[in-house]
Design a protein around this ligand. Sequence first.
Ligand code: UDP
Length: 403
Amino acid sequence: MEENKNTLELYRDIAPKGTVDLLYKLSEGLKGISLVHVNSTRLGGGVAEMLQQLIPIFESLGISTGWEVVQGNDMFYKATKSFHNALQGQRQEITPQMYEEYLMVNKENANNIHLDSDIVVIHDPQPLPLILKKNQGSTWIWRCHIDISRPQRKVWSFLKDFVSLYDGAIFSLPSFAKNLAIPQILIYPSIDPLSDKNKELTQEDIDTRLEKIGIPKDRPIILQVSRFDRFKDPLGVIDAYRMVKKYNDCCLVLAGGSAADDPEGLQILNEVKQSAGKDKDIFVLDLSPDSHLDINALQRAATVVLQKSVKEGFGLTVAEAMWKGKPVIGGAVGGITAQLVYGATGFTVNSIEGCAYRIRYLLNNPIVSARIGKQAKEFTRRNFLITRHISDYLALMISMIKF
Ligand code: UDP
């Protein structure tokens, strides 16, 4: 218990005053409760990133917490990626076989994974039909991480029948809420300031890592860290960089990788490489999923960080860079708008030209960049750290659990 307590104590000097005591207090009534999170990958993407960090803290608070992952086949991941794209508003052709495979894989998983906890949190659409396995007396919550404000209607009406069976649904932004008869809760995602991705690094660590991955340090670095995904607009980032490059010497780093449940990554990576062409100042890095320290070093070495998404549930990469005191330019979409308060904690943009304009503005105004970076860090401390996230979950559990 003393050791567990120490886990949380480490956050006392980082989180806003009183946060750690609040977590102890909130968890008092939840001791002995069991919780399980279910998603579709242990590696890659923001959901896996957060679960890796959240679960040990729940455990340290005396809440027995499991993490289950649905296992699918190629057709299942193709179907769920199409659902993901359709829910975020892209036109998709979804065949009857894809719907069938989706239901079949969930049925098989329902028999193989442990779902008999007091509270079950299902993340995103992939494991949604597991609700059919709900035990009486348990509380099931659907945690939606994507922007479903303008979904393709057919896909949403298919999935909505499952969502309606849950005890509640969590969204990252009020505008993502739907017309549902169940309670809908707003919870922002979070980053862990003590993880390898975000912990402090010495200048020597940063330099060594940059050298290892071959990134020069002699000119400003424009960085975007993202899975290779169309919604992240990597090609738009290259176009914006090319506009900037005519006037400002700089290099562009597109650092990405793939998620185990995302079958489209390779194709987008090839398109990005093709667009980068022979420009020696564009670095396209295909990183392994455990490259947290390399990403940390890149974010700390960057002069300007981009997240030029055209759809985004939240964008953990934005909070990661803000926490490192960097000025971030993001697409004016979804959860990015909750993080980047225009001109105060960053800039949101609506076009490639707007993005290029703001990159130049920040490159040419280091004092403004430093002020924005400082404000971004404090804003992240108050709103987007894991300790706030845990307190939201605990408050929700207290209000929803059936004692
Ligand atoms: N990430 C990573 N390696 C990569 C690309 C992304 O570790 O090659 C991490 C990134 O640092 C962030 C998460 O994956 O923590 C992505 O979360 P975000 O919410 O930005 O986007 P998602 O991939 O969930 O759409």
